[in-house]
Design a binder for this molecule. Structure first.
Ligand SMILES: Cc1cc2nc3c(=O)[nH]c(=O)nc-3n(C[C@H](O)[C@H](O)[C@H](O)COP(=O)(O)OP(=O)(O)OC[C@H]3O[C@@H](n4cnc5c(N)ncnc54)[C@H](O)[C@@H]3O)c2cc1C
Length: 401
């Protein structure tokens, strides 16, 4: 169906998470068209707070709001789920059976947690010893399991990329170690961290800080290891690298699962056929699809060649809004996303190591020339625990920040 030149462009946003609502709010405020967000969930979760919940420094109720309350004013919410997209016919097909036509499409569907990719992991998470900050209920379970532990072995695992702020897997570890230290029981608890890479993070300034903190808490780190299987009945985890395998007994397993792009993205032809991960194939700087000029993507489901994070979405949303406006006015996209991303490591219950970097892993502090923001600080704790949640609910989700 074609539209008359005077009709408002129909802009459809798939996903009402961090990226979907940020961009919907911005596009609405810029009055670029009639905006519809498709989102099946009734509850909106502020994921970064799940690390604080697991680590005992926030309550589960603080991370959740009804979706209806966070939809930006003037934006239409369609409570449905996308089944597939036909980018040639410019049509989105819904699980409910209907379809929606668009003039411009923004894909902001996030990542899928692939618990099933590791044999035994789903069963291990259902057992009393299995916890995770990557799921709200498992984060609440973590908070009591880690709080009440006085001796034994706790294993924390971090998956390889692609992941949604993958290093956030480490946040509850540091919070728990600080808690056990304050109780005087840290020496009775063996803490093991399983990492996918040969360093804690991959940015030299940050690795220096994290090595210091890992030593401070006496954490045993297994570098360059993948989780191969878990057995909930014997409470054992097998990790490996090539031919080397190690099986570890645990009393608590804090696991973060492998993560994947939603399969329908590749099924719709929106991924690059050569991309085994199947993310939306956008230009990493303009965020416009490489083959379908009326398709855009940002957030965790976009292929933007940098580490995924909520902090990365803010500059992406600004760039995408400018470029979509230019295209609707008959121009070409000129605004560019520079690959900025962020991980705030909560290295104690009152300090944070704030990692800000670009797509090459070079430091990129928000406050120019203040590189020491990446050192362990109290001010960045206040930013992560107090300021950012407020900014998220009141400004980011409305497209104001
Ligand atoms: C435990 C954890 C801790 C984190 N900590 C930090 C941190 O400290 N700092 C930081 O900057 N970032 C952090 N992040 C990363 C940050 O939360 C994500 O990068 C951000 O939420 C991604 O936003 P998104 O909108 O792309 O995806 P999401 O927020 O996951 O939203 C995607 C939405 O799309 C919807 N959707 C999926 N499929 C469909 C479909 N077929 N049809 C319609 N809708 C669909 C989903 O229901 C969901 O609501 C953390 C993430 C996690 C999980």
């Amino acid at each position: 169906m074609s539209i008359s030149p005077t009709a408002q462009p129909r802009i459809v946003v798939i996903g009402g998470g961090n990226a979907g609502l940020s961009i919907a709010g911005r596009l609405q405020r810029a009055r670029l068209g009639a905006i519809t967000v498709i989102e099946p969930r009734e509850r909106h979760v502020y994921a970064p707070l799940q690390s604080h919940i697991a680590g005992g420094t926030a309550r589960a109720s603080q991370a959740v709001r009804p979706q209806a309350d966070v939809i930006p004013p003037g934006v239409r919410w369609l409570r449905d789920e996308v089944f597939t997209v036909d980018p040639v016919a410019r049509r989105v097909h819904l699980v409910s059976g209907g379809h929606l036509e668009y003039d411009q499409l923004v894909v902001a569907a996030g990542l899928r947690l692939a618990w099933e990719a590791i044999p035994g992991l789903t069963e291990a998470m259902a057992a009393p010893e299995g916890v995770s900050n990557y799921d709200l209920a498992l984060a609440a379970k973590a908070s009591t399991r880690l709080r009440d532990l006085r001796r034994g072995t706790v294993v924390f695992t971090q998956p390889p990329e692609p992941a949604s702020c993958g290093a956030a897997a480490q946040k509850p570890l540091y919070l728990a170690c600080d808690w056990w230290h304050s109780l005087g029981v840290l020496d009775d608890i063996r803490v093991i961290l399983v990492l996918p890479d040969p360093v804690p993070f991959g940015v030299p300034d940050i690795d220096r800080e994290l090595h210091r903190v890992l030593d401070r808490y006496g954490v045993e780190v297994r570098y360059s290891r993948e989780v191969r299987r878990v057995d909930a009945t014997t409470r054992t985890l097998t990790i490996g690298h090539g031919d080397i395998e190690e099986t570890i007994d645990y009393d608590v397993l804090h696991a973060v699962p492998p993560q994947r792009a939603p399969e329908w993205i590749a099924g719709s032809g929106l991924a690059d056929a050569d991309d085994p991960d199947g993310f939306v194939d956008v230009d990493t700087e303009t965020l416009q699809h490489r083959r379908f000029a009326d398709v855009w993507s940002l957030g965790d489901s976009a292929s933007v060649a940098t580490r995924r994070s909520g902090g990365a979405i803010r500059p992406q949303a600004k760039v995408l809004t400018k470029n979509l406006r230019a295209v609707l006015r008959g121009g070409t996209p000129t605004a560019r996303y520079d690959g900025y991303s962020v991980v705030p490591f909560t290295v104690s219950r009152g300090t944070v190591v704030f990692a800000e970097f670009d797509r090459w892993g070079r430091p990129q502090p928000t406050i120019p020339f203040w590189r020491s923001l990446s050192r362990e600080r109290r001010s960045t704790w206040i930013a992560d625990r107090r300021v950012l949640p407020w900014v998220y609910w009141h400004l980011i989700l409305r497209g104001l920040a």
